[in-house]
Structure formats: C-alpha cells, structure tokens
Ligand binder design. Structure first.
Ligand code: FAD
Ligand code: COA
Length: 402
C-alpha cells in the first residue's frame, strides 16, 4: 500500500470491516433480490457514524478526510455494493458541493438531512446530455424573486428515496440572457414541480433506484441556488470540481467489490479439489490469483492517492479520473476471474459472484464513462482544452478541410 494509514485510520477501517461483515453482508443478497432500498443499512451506518463523516464538525459531522471516507466505502462495498454507494453519496458528491459552496442555511439543512439518514441525489445527466453534460437543457429562469426550473434528468441515483436534490441547471436572467450553470436545491415531496417519473430496471446495483426526474415549472427562491465560488460563469467547472470527490468514491466501490470477490476466490481455491488436489495447486490458477492481486494493489494505490490529493479541498481532477478508469476496468476483470474460479457455482444466484459481476459492470459508465475520463486525463496531460464537438475542433484553429 503506497499511502500510510494513521492508527486512527486503521481503527476506522477495522470498525467499518466489523460493521460490514455483520448485518450488511448478511442482507446484501436480499437487497439485490427485493430491489428495495436498505433503510436498515442506513440505520446501521448512521449508528456507526459513517454518514456525513466528511461534514465539518461545526455542522455536526466529524470533519473526516476523503481517505477516511474511502476506507469506510471500501469495507462496505466488499460486502454490499449498495452500502458502499450509500457511504459515497452521504460523504461526497452533492453533500460535499453544498458544504463547500453553500450558504450557512444551505449547509445546516444539508448536514441535518444527511446526518439524519438522507442520501442526497445529484442531478446532472439528461436524456440528451450524458457525457456531454455541459450540453444540459434544464434551465432556471429568473422571474422576479424566484427561479422557475424546467427540464428532465435521468439515471438519478436515489430518485424516489432521496429527499435532498442538487440539480445542475443553466441559469437565465429576466431578459433571457444565459448567466452560467448553478446547482439548485429542491426537496422531494416539499418542492412542487419535482416529479419522479419512473424507475429504470437496472442490470445490477438493484437496491438503489435509478430514476427519471422531471422539473415542471418548479419554483425556487434564490436561497435555493448554491452559488459556485467563482460565480455562475464558472459554475459548471466549480460543480465538477466538487464532483471529483464522487468519482473517487465510485472507484472505491468498484475496488471494494473486486476485493470482496478476490477474497472469496482465494478461499475457494484452497477448498475446491479437482484431480485429487486443491485447484490452487494448478499454476494456471496461481497465476490468475497473482494477477488479480496485482490489479487490486494498483487500483487501491491510485484510489488512496487520489483521495489524498484532496486534502486541502477536492480531489485532483486527473488523479480522480485515472483512479476511476483503472479501478472500474480492472474490477470488471477481477470479478469475472473470481466467478470463473468457482466454475458453475459462480454462475449460480446462490453465491454472490453473479451479483458482484452485475454490480461492478456499472462503474465504467456512471460518474463519467471510462472513455470520457480518458479525455479528461489527456486534456490535463496535454495541457490543452480538448473540445469534443465539431465546432470545438474548428474553433481550436483547424479548417474544415483538415
Ligand atoms: P453517452 O454519453 O450517450 O455515451 C455513449 C457512449 O459514447 C459511451 O460509451 C461513451 O463513453 C461514448 N462517448 C461519448 N462521448 C465521447 C467522447 N467525447 N469520446 C469518447 N467516447 C465518447 N447521472 C447523474 O447525473 N446522477 C446520478 O446519480 C447518476 N447515477 C447513475 C447510476 C447508474 C447506475 C448509471 C448507469 C448512470 C448514472 N448516471 C447518473 C448517469 C451517468 O453519469 C451517465 O450514464 C454517463 O455520464 C454517460 O452518459 P450516457 O449514458 O448518456 O452515455
Ligand atoms: N473537475 C474540475 N473541472 C472540470 C471537470 C472536473 N472533473 N470537468 C470539467 N471541468 C471544467 C473544465 O476545466 C472547464 O473549465 P474552464 O471553463 O475553466 O476551462 C469547464 O469545466 C468545462 O469543461 P470542458 O472539458 O471544456 O467541457 P466540455 O463541454 O468539453 O464537457 C465534460 C466535457 C466535462 C462534460 C466531460 O468531460 C464530462 O465530465 N462528462 C461526464 C459527465 C459526468 O461525469 N456525469 C456524471 C453524472 S453523475
């Protein structure tokens, strides 16, 4: 491990492991089968102090670091991907943007809600603006002393169970001039015009709903706008800066899932005998285990370092992207290898491998696809803005003939 963990962090990790290996692991299969949000996991994690750990103490949290949160997420995800994702979204993403950029009232509200067990939803993706997130069409029009929000988001994690929503929207002044991108706070069942349209039937990660959400003339006071530190003009960049924490968190869930699958495969390789000896006496199996462990060690080092890069703010954009790409892609391979080592049993729903294989498949997609994150890394490496649109390349100084 390339990052030194303090005695307090080792103790936190041990506590998280103990909690995860109890009721969280015991209920993981049922959560997947019933597709019901695990409120009991939320209660367990709340009692253990794992929700809102990164919220400053002044607001009732523990002022924990991103790395502290990563240690907890990793342990949760080894046993239950959904618990891992709850740990991500109650410590990173929307809540972290609000705690960094919000007004006093916004911070108090978000802290109170998260510490009480709400997993905020972050609403960025739209049907016609996924990777091209800055092409969003959800708009907030200033009308007197309020904003009127219209638009549609989809694949919003927690849609229907989350109460607090942070909604990315383009802001227009009274005259219809574009001012930039802002994040608006709305509360399900309290804010009129926020409608949960439908739930997506997902391949894995079935214990948290992914929902389409519509905003129909949703009226919000100006106090609902989380003003980015550099103003609306740089609002998208500032909100994405906060989002880098969630990319590290998503990568950590993938890391935990692959570690969980590896632990099962390692134990099974000793237990399962064929041709009169444990299967781990075959070199093919030994080398597979060795390769799996290398991928895990490298992924963990990238995740921990990306988390540490945010010690004084948010994780570094490039390191978060590198960590998420590497971890999400290798996690798919490691879980697949683990499943393979169980033979037919790995394909059975009686064991967690098939669930892990479905769950882990998501992480090269959600939170920025592995392809788009490669663009982010390349842009940083080349120190160039790499616009993805045809217009953008033309603006970058080329002629149409090129
Ligand atoms: P598209 O953008 O349509 O991409 C299609 C394909 O084209 C991909 O392979 C992509 O990599 C590739 N591609 C696109 N542009 C480029 C390019 N410039 N260079 C190379 N390749 C490119 N969103 C939220 O806002 N909030 C959430 O809580 C949330 N949770 C999610 C949970 C799950 C389980 C999933 C699956 C998604 C979630 N998302 C969420 C949405 C997610 O962030 C988007 O799916 C993702 O950003 C990709 O957008 P898209 O699905 O529209 O794919
Ligand atoms: N961290 C910090 N800043 C970021 C950022 C990040 N992760 N991603 C983008 N930015 C900044 C850029 O530096 C740029 O800043 P500038 O205005 O000061 O130059 C600004 O945001 C716009 O980014 P740019 O790359 O020029 O935008 P684009 O229109 O080409 O769009 C993205 C590319 C950002 C939308 C794309 O890279 C992306 O991240 N798509 C995935 C969306 C996603 O993760 N959705 C998850 C939903 S849960």
């Amino acid at each position: 491990m390339s990052v030194h963990l303090s005695p307090e962090q080792l103790a936190l990790q041990a506590k998280a492991r103990e909690v995860a290996e109890g009721t969280i692991r015991a209920r993981a299969a049922e959560v997947d089968r019933t597709e019901e949000y695990p409120w009991d996991h939320v209660a367990t994690m709340k009692d253990a102090g794992f929700l809102g750990m990164t919220i400053p103490q002044a607001y009732g949290g523990q002022s924990k670091s991103w790395l502290d949160a990563v240690l907890v997420i990793e342990e949760m995800a080894k046993c239950c991907s959904i618990a891992g994702r709850i740990a991500v979204e109650t410590n990173m993403g929307a809540v972290s943007a609000i705690m960094a950029y919000g007004s006093e009232d916004q911070k108090k509200m978000a802290a109170d809600m998260v510490l009480a067990g709400d997993k905020p939803a972050i609403c960025i993706t739209e049907p016609d603006a996924g990777s091209d997130a800055s092409g969003m069409t959800t708009r907030a029009d200033k009308r007197g002393n309020r904003y009127v929000v219209n638009g549609k988001k989809h694949w919003i994690t927690g849609g229907g169970v989350s109460r607090l929503h942070l909604i990315f929207a383009k802001v227009f002044d009274e005259q219809g001039n574009f001012e930039g991108v802002g994040g608006f706070l709305a509360i399900r069942d309290e804010t009129e015009g926020l409608e949960i349209v439908r739930r997506e039937p997902t391949m894995g990660l079935r214990g948290i709903p992914e929902a389409e959400i519509a905003f129909n003339d949703m009226e919000l006071p100006p106090s609902a706008l989380v003003m980015p530190p550099r103003g609306l003009k740089k609002g998208f960049a500032d909100l994405m800066t906060a989002y880098n924490s969630q990319r590290v968190g998503a990568g950590t869930v993938a890391l935990g899932i692959m570690e969980g699958a590896f632990d099962l495969a390692l134990a099974w390789s000793e237990e399962r005998e064929q041709f009169g000896r444990p299967i781990n006496e075959f070199q093919g199996v030994q080398w597979r285990l060795a390769d799996m462990s290398i991928k895990i060690a490298a992924a963990q080092a990238l995740i921990y370092k990306a988390a540490e890069s945010g010690a004084d703010g948010f994780p570094d954009k490039m390191m978060a992207a590198q960590a998420k790409i590497f971890t999400s892609e290798n996690a798919i391979q490691v879980v697949n290898d683990a499943l393979q080592m169980f033979g037919a049993r790995g394909y059975s729903r009686n064991l967690p491998l098939e669930r892990m294989a479905r769950d882990v498949r998501m992480f090269t997609i959600g939170g920025g696809t592995a392809e788009v994150l490669r663009n982010v890394v390349a842009s940083d490496l080349l120190k160039k803005k790499l616009p993805q649109t045809r217009d953008g390349y033309l603006k970058a100084g080329r002629t149409a003939a090129e």
